[in-house]
Design a protein around this ligand. Sequence first.
Ligand code: NAG
Ligand code: NAG
Ligand code: NAG
Ligand code: NAG
Ligand code: NAG
Length: 603
Amino acid sequence: MWLKNQPHLHSLLGILVLFILVSTASAANRGSDILDKGRNITDGDTLVSADGSFTLGFFPPGVLAKRYLGIWFSVSEDAICWVANRDRPLTDARGALVISDTGSLFLLDSFGQVVWSSNTTGAASTTLQLHNSGNLVLSDGSANGAAIWQSFDHPSNTLLPSMKIGKNLWTREEWYLTSWASANDPATGKFRYITNGEGVPQNILLDGDKMIYRSGPWNGLRFSGVTEMTSYSDKFAYRLTSSSSEVTYSYVSKAEASFSRLLLTDDGVYQRLVWDPTSRLWKIFFQAPRDICDHYGRCGAFGLCNANAPSTSFCSCVQGFSPTSPVQWKMRDTSNGCRRKMVLDCGNGMSSTTDGFVVIDGVKLPNTHNVSVNASITFEECRARCLANCSCLAYAPLDLKGGGAGTGCIIWTEDLMDLRYVDGGQILYLRSTKSELDGPSVSMFPTGIVIGVSVALIIILVLLAFWVIITRRRHRMQRVLVHNGLRVTGGSDSHSPNPASPMTSVPTIDLHTIIEATGSFSDANKVVEEGFSVVYKGQLPGGTVVAVKRLKQSLLTDKGRQHFSREVEVMSTLTHVNLAKLLYYCREGDEWILVYEWMEKKV
Ligand SMILES: *[C@@H]1O[C@H](CO)[C@@H](O)[C@H](O)[C@H]1NC(C)=O
Ligand SMILES: *[C@@H]1O[C@H](CO)[C@@H](O)[C@H](O)[C@H]1NC(C)=O
Ligand SMILES: *[C@@H]1O[C@H](CO)[C@@H](O)[C@H](O)[C@H]1NC(C)=O
Ligand SMILES: *[C@@H]1O[C@H](CO)[C@@H](O)[C@H](O)[C@H]1NC(C)=O
Ligand SMILES: *[C@@H]1O[C@H](CO)[C@@H](O)[C@H](O)[C@H]1NC(C)=O
């Protein structure tokens, strides 16, 4: 039996020897990060970067018949960051990557036909190397040889750290991300993510040629509409270069940060992904468009989108403007935007204009296409320049790096497009008529002034102010009650759903009285709409004119209430400086309402 089987054993040994030989031969390419001229990479072979982070090889995305040459994260083979022949797949597993005699990089099919080429000419000693950054570099092989070609100059759908998108203004060369056609098809899709340098640089997501999302202009720290960038700035450093030679955006990972990538998905979503080695999953740090207000121009010209306000179909007009087509607007078609209610004074081109500026706080700045920019003037000069030129509709600082109000100047002279609220957003100064500015000053108080006042000081002042209010109002209340027959309930000793709230020391007023005073919160009485509240002008039964500030129903979240309460604290501390006094509050059912003394704006 043993003898009988010997021929089999021989052939078995032969196969084993052959197998060892074959595997050592291909191991020459597996694990190496360099491909020299004369060698090749065939399907099954790989190049691996020196630190093992990235792998180059052939892969089938779903459909096994089609094969592509690409680079992926070694820890996550599905995370393909670059594809060579995305529009010309190989139909079998017999492709090969070679460096041609002319120093060009060729991807050949089984017939030796060139499927993809780097279109370069190099020196005799050209080599190809997969760097630790994930960049595939073809160089002339000398020690400090310049790159003849590199994959970072030909992005697919992924931006890796130190890779850039944007434009070389001298060569007109452009780098941008292009989506895959579908999840299993790396072919060039219809979505693009670009860095646009017109006006102020901003990143833009395009569907074909149509803008569907923009990051908002770069403000020195981050993109105006991507306030999330601050939350992970410990992991990344962002780089926006805007010079006479280039406008580009890139980022680098700070030391010890794990793998990350910016991905443009096949369905047009832009994501910042970070690898979590523990769960071995990619975590989404940012994603856009993130909500209804991220869709470009959702509320039309001079519209203001608030993702937390479904009750207004998310759109309102900026102060001093009303819907251009009210009927369509009511039918949820906000595309025609808003127009100005009253003509600007403009001062007949002189500096004597009565116009002023309304503060719109917490926003992503409008589209910066066709804006005028000056980086060298101060914020105050910017205001003066805007006021002096009637075509200036709004202004904002260009650069917030130095803190304070910022420096430099952006001036808008065309329709304000794509304005939205974002958490932690910046301030836009909107040109406005005198009559609009004569609203209650509560709406125009720049939060900047509040910054810097320590929390302790605020608390002390709150207590003081409330003490003053209690004692003053209690007396006045009695008189009001007697003379006006107001349906006002008691002060601090009335029932309170939240005894810890400072509001308990301000007298309450019943909802019915407020509804009557404001004509059921009619639009005609609406003075201003802010991030989390709407202010109405109202008249109490005794004739007292008041400003009624109503928390938006959509913001009855803990966060909304917090914002609201914080404002109450802040406003209370400032009652001594030309600001309206808090008279009453109302908290019935879902209503959170503050009633302020009506004050004409002091300029
Ligand atoms: C790849 O290299 C092998 C051996 O190194 C060689 O036999 C083969 O012909 C090469 N293929 C191509 C397409 O150059
Ligand atoms: C190389 O040139 C061909 C023909 O001009 C072009 O179709 C192809 O896209 C180019 N390849 C690269 C990688 O630029
Ligand atoms: C920007 O200005 C140019 C010329 O001044 C004009 O043709 C174009 O329509 C403007 N773009 C927009 C979006 O208004
Ligand atoms: C910015 O304003 C300054 C001062 O008025 C002026 O000298 C400079 O030319 C302006 N720069 C640009 C780019 O308009
Ligand atoms: C006002 O601004 C517009 C647009 O930037 C500009 O064309 C015009 O020359 C300016 N007018 C004055 C008087 O500065």
